[in-house]
Design a protein around this ligand. Structure first.
Ligand code: DQA
Length: 152
């Protein structure tokens, strides 16, 4: 059974209240429950973690090696300037997919750069919560091989 970890970074605990015209009206708990149930349809076990603290996110990434088959990471604003999170991703042998709910490229210029992009397996931006589900499928394909997951 594949084991995946979703990490949501700063301010994503405010989903549902925070700028709903950008991030929607569903809460972090809604998102996490949807993802756990989605992953279970593919016989995958999904854990969720959220923190507003850079060091806690780094420690989760370190601890994922040997425990998880992949990480789905929305690092929030840390995406744009945290070289420490970038180095943490590069330090572990676990595939990471970067997800952003909003289309960061259609927003303020500071959101156009991702310092973690060079060390992740892939990026999904602008597709709302669906981006997390697509990241789960991509990681399961990597973990289990072939196209079985996509054909379901
Ligand atoms: C975000 C985009 C970031 O620029 C922002 O700081 C966030 C959320 C997104 O999911 O669209 O906190 O990562």
């Amino acid at each position: 059974m594949a084991r995946l970890l979703v990490i949501n970074g700063p301010n994503l605990n405010r989903l549902g209240k925070r700028e709903p015209h950008i991030y929607g009206s569903d809460t972090l708990s809604d998102l996490e429950q949807q993802l756990i149930s989605f992953a279970s349809q593919y016989e995958a076990e999904l854990s969720c973690f959220q923190s507003n603290f850079e060091g806690e996110i780094i420690e989760q990434i370190h601890a994922a090696e040997g425990t998880y088959d992949g990480i789905i990471l929305n690092a929030g604003a840390f995406t744009h300037y945290s070289y420490a999170i970038r180095d943490a991703i590069a330090s572990v042998n676990v595939p990471v997919i970067e997800v952003h709910i909003s289309n960061v490229h259609a927003r303020e210029p500071f959101r156009h750069e991702s310092v973690i992009a060079p060390v992740v397996s892939g990026q999904i931006v602008g597709l709302g919560f669906a981006g997390y589900r697509l990241a789960i499928l991509a990681l399961l394909e990597q973990a289990e091989g072939g196209e079985r997951v996509w054909k379901k």
